[in-house]
Design a binder for this molecule. Structure first.
Ligand SMILES: CC(C)(COP(=O)(O)OP(=O)(O)OC[C@H]1O[C@@H](n2cnc3c(N)ncnc32)[C@H](O)[C@@H]1OP(=O)(O)O)[C@@H](O)C(=O)NCCC(=O)NCCS
Length: 158
């Protein structure tokens, strides 16, 4: 069982372990130095204070162990993209699926976002499964990358 939480200034060493190794294979990120990890937390906390807020980044935690990150970034007032990353030793336990579900609940209940899109590297099958299991609809490929979208459910839950 995981929970989503805000980052804190105690998190940079854990973020360094998350942003490393096989977890970076399909994303446009390099291994983080400790200074970059500190900047990442500082930027995330600054974004949390921005008015209006246009991005949310939560840590994915199992108890005291920070395992990953899930992010929501607005492109317009109503449209956002979602992305997620887990430390390699925590893959395959359903955590990314739970984290995306948690971010969707947050986005649709606590922000003005009504439509969320995502895409993944064509070889990153696990990432596509995470989206499918969260009821994202496949929209075809963009620049060769499978793309998905989901809308805020209406009051009947559809
Ligand atoms: C992609 C990622 C987030 C998945 O995290 P996870 O916690 O292992 O995902 P879950 O356990 O919730 O679900 C993974 C699903 O993919 C499936 N899967 C995993 N590897 C797979 C593979 N090589 N081929 C097919 N399916 C695969 C799992 O079986 C599971 O589906 P199932 O429940 O139907 O069996 C994780 O691998 C990761 O952080 N990768 C690096 C960063 C990244 O690629 N982020 C996405 C950027 S778009």
């Amino acid at each position: 069982m995981i929970e989503l939480r805000e980052l804190t200034m105690a998190d940079p060493p854990a973020l360094q372990r998350i942003y490393s190794g096989a977890s970076l294979t399909y994303i446009e990120r390099q291994t983080l130095s400790i200074d970059e990890a500190v900047d990442l937390v500082a930027n995330t906390l600054a974004c949390a204070r921005a008015e209006p807020r246009d991005r949310w980044a939560f840590g994915i935690a199992a108890g005291d162990d920070l395992l990953g990150m899930v992010r929501l970034q607005c492109r317009t007032e109503r449209q956002a993209t979602i992305s997620y990353l887990l430390r390699e030793d925590s893959w395959g336990r359903g955590y990314a699926t739970q984290a995306v579900a948690g971010m969707l609940r947050h986005a649709f209940a606590a922000t003005g976002v009504t439509s969320i899109s995502a895409r993944h590297h064509p070889d990153n099958v696990a990432s596509g499964r995470v989206l499918q299991k969260n009821k994202f609809i496949y929209r075809g490929t963009r620049d060769g990358w499978p793309s998905y979208g989901i809308h805020k459910p209406d009051r009947r839950g559809t």
